[in-house]
Design a protein around this ligand. Structure first.
Ligand SMILES: [Zn+2]
Ligand SMILES: [Zn+2]
Length: 75
């Protein structure tokens, strides 16, 4: 059987990462998914949706090799 590569799958939308970002615990998510998720839970503080590690939104970094160039601090 094929083995899914967790590194390229977003655990929020369960699809291939779109505009991937890494957070402090090294989990990867789509930037859009993570922003939307954290928007909904902001009152509780930011945590990794997967492992619940407390994370700073400012530590969100573009995943290596994504090839997308977006300036920080947009939106
Ligand atoms: Zn996603
Ligand atoms: Zn995590």
């Amino acid at each position: 059987m094929d083995q899914l590569q967790e590194d390229v799958t977003c655990s929020i939308c369960l699809d291939v990462l779109d505009d991937p970002v890494s957070i402090e615990c090294s989990h990867n998510f789509c930037q859009g998914c993570l922003v939307a998720h954290w928007h909904g839970v902001s009152a509780q503080g930011y945590q990794c949706p997967e492992c619940r590690t407390p994370c700073s939104r400012d530590k969100m970094t573009p995943d290596m090799g994504a090839g997308s160039h977006r300036p920080q601090g947009g939106d």
